[in-house]
Design a protein around this ligand. Structure first.
Ligand code: ADP
Ligand code: MG
Length: 467
């Protein structure tokens, strides 16, 4: 066990240097996500102990950075022989504040709003917040590689008894689940600890409230309302870019709440550093907590989301249809859900089962929009280079296996990745008949079933084309 009293005086400086070196090595984004949240706990018997907020982060840091950490520590202090990464204990209020905390704002503070006496408020907080969507809960959020870190961070905030990091800043493209996670945090806390005041609203709404308060000359009430929050969640912060007086007010609200150990959760479409039109001092405060990004969805995550939604809709959706949707609608989850809903609604309306053909028909326009990126020419080029054949062989009449198989793969991918019809695809492959294309698609499907290595090859090609 590490005893804080055993720390050599310069260990803090050594840690700063290790951080600096690693930051230069891994780049700003990885540093912010994984390394900045590390807290130095101390050194004992040649082992440095560092802690991180969640198990997930611990596993990640151990898997990706522990060797570098050990080497860099060794470079700074030859007495260091090993490093240990542990999960931060939930510290009880009576425990002394750890010696080394990262330099930014308040960490692990107990929540102020959890006193035994229910807070007496002269107003209804539902007035200032926005309603929560009942579907946006943690159990309805499907976790995959692109969002696992943001999810872990959100859960940690929702479950923590003390502020683990402030603010939690979630960012990512449109329709990737930022609002969903924020609502999930709010639901979770409201359910478990109804006494805590949770306020969720968009930055836009925050601004309009503020403007109205200015107009009605009751900014005191405005301030008091927001400052009563134990947990304040503000969505789409990019909205206040360039809006100076709103930023000013936001900055003060933010600081007051952080200083009082209340939790703040923010979302935006960009990382704090990349937000344009936001004052530097605000940006640096936003960067102080945990910044977690949600990446674009992968095929696996899209399929997982579709399965979860289909189960909830209690509708039988053939696997093929789900695969088709997951392949075709890759832009964002909102569109994916929309597509699924359309397919289901159509089937119910016409009173028929859902099939691949009807799905293709129903989603024709949507798929065209999602398709524009991949063309049959792209596919032919990529496949030819992958199998080391000439692009001309995609059109030629040669039937040798060495060229026929790659050609079939290209036809298959053309069917999967574009919305071209079988005859259209046939024409693009040296004027072949649509039955040839159909045969190719079947053949490749069969081979994928029986030969995992081949299936992986095809999947790799698909990813490269979509990527
Ligand atoms: P954002 O706020 O990032 O633009 P939303 O949170 O509004 O995106 O998500 C758009 C839609 O996609 C919502 O209906 C949400 O429930 C759904 N969604 C996004 N990500 C997931 C996920 N991982 N699991 C389940 N549903 C998701
Ligand atoms: Mg949103």
């Amino acid at each position: 066990m590490v005893t804080k009293g055993e720390l050599v005086p310069s260990i803090d400086v050594q840690w700063q240097r290790v951080c600096g070196l690693l930051r230069a090595e891994v780049g700003e984004a990885a540093y912010r996500s994984w390394l900045k949240p590390i807290t130095l706990e101390g050194e004992s018997g040649g082992t440095i102990t560092m802690s991180v907020p969640t198990r997930f982060m611990r596993d990640w840091v151990v898997a990706h950075y522990v060797d570098r950490l050990r080497t860099l520590w060794g470079g700074e202090n030859p007495a260091v022989r090993g490093v240990d990464v542990v999960i931060q204990p939930q510290r009880a209020p009576a425990e002394p504040v750890p010696l080394f905390r990262r330099p930014c704002a308040a960490q692990e503070r107990p929540y102020i709003g959890m006193q035994d006496v229910p807070p007496q408020r002269g107003f209804d907080v539902n007035d200032i917040g926005a309603p929560l969507d009942p579907r946006f809960t943690f159990d309805q959020f499907v976790v995959g590689k692109p969002n696992e870190f943001a999810y872990a961070a959100a859960r940690r905030v929702a479950e923590a008894k003390r502020v683990p990091f402030n603010p939690l800043f979630l960012y990512g493209g449109v329709g990737l689940g930022k609002t969903h996670l924020m609502h999930a945090i709010a639901w979770h806390i409201r359910e478990r600890e109804p006494r805590r005041t949770v306020i969720y609203l968009s930055a836009e709404k925050f601004m309009y409230r503020f403007i109205r308060a200015l107009r009605e000359q009751n900014t005191v009430d405005f301030k008091e309302q927001f400052r009563s929050a134990d947990v304040l969640l503000i969505d789409d912060v990019q909205f206040i870019s360039g809006k100076e007086s709103t930023q000013e007010e936001f900055f003060h609200t933010f600081n007051t709440l952080v200083d009082q150990g209340r939790q703040i959760v923010l979302s935006a479409d960009k990382s704090p550093s990349d937000l344009d039109g936001i004052q530097e001092r605000l940006k640096s405060r936003l960067n102080c907590g945990l910044v977690a990004d949600i990446h674009a969805t992968t095929y696996e995550l899209r399929l997982g989301i579709l399965q979860a939604k289909a189960e909830r809709l209690e509708t039988d959706i053939p696997r093929k249809v789900m695969e088709f949707l997951a392949h075709k609608i890759s832009s964002n989850v909102r569109e994916l859900e929309g597509a699924l809903n359309r397919v289901v609604a159509h089937a119910q309306l016409v009173g028929r089962d859902i099939t691949l053909e009807t799905s293709q028909e129903v989603l024709h326009d949507l798929i065209r929009a999602n398709d524009r990126r991949v063309t049959i020419d792209d596919i032919q080029k990529q496949v030819a280079s992958h199998f080391n054949v000439r692009v001309a062989d995609m059109h030629s009449a040669r039937r040798a296996r060495s060229v026929a198989r790659p050609r079939q793969v290209a036809m298959y991918l053309a069917k999967q990745l574009t919305s071209r019809s079988l005859p259209e695809i046939g024409r693009k492959f040296g004027g072949r008949d649509h039955t040839t294309v159909m045969h190719a698609v079947r053949k490749i499907d069969e081979l994928r079933e029986i030969d995992p290595a081949f299936a992986e090859d095809v999947e790799l090609l698909r990813r490269m084309l979509e990527g």
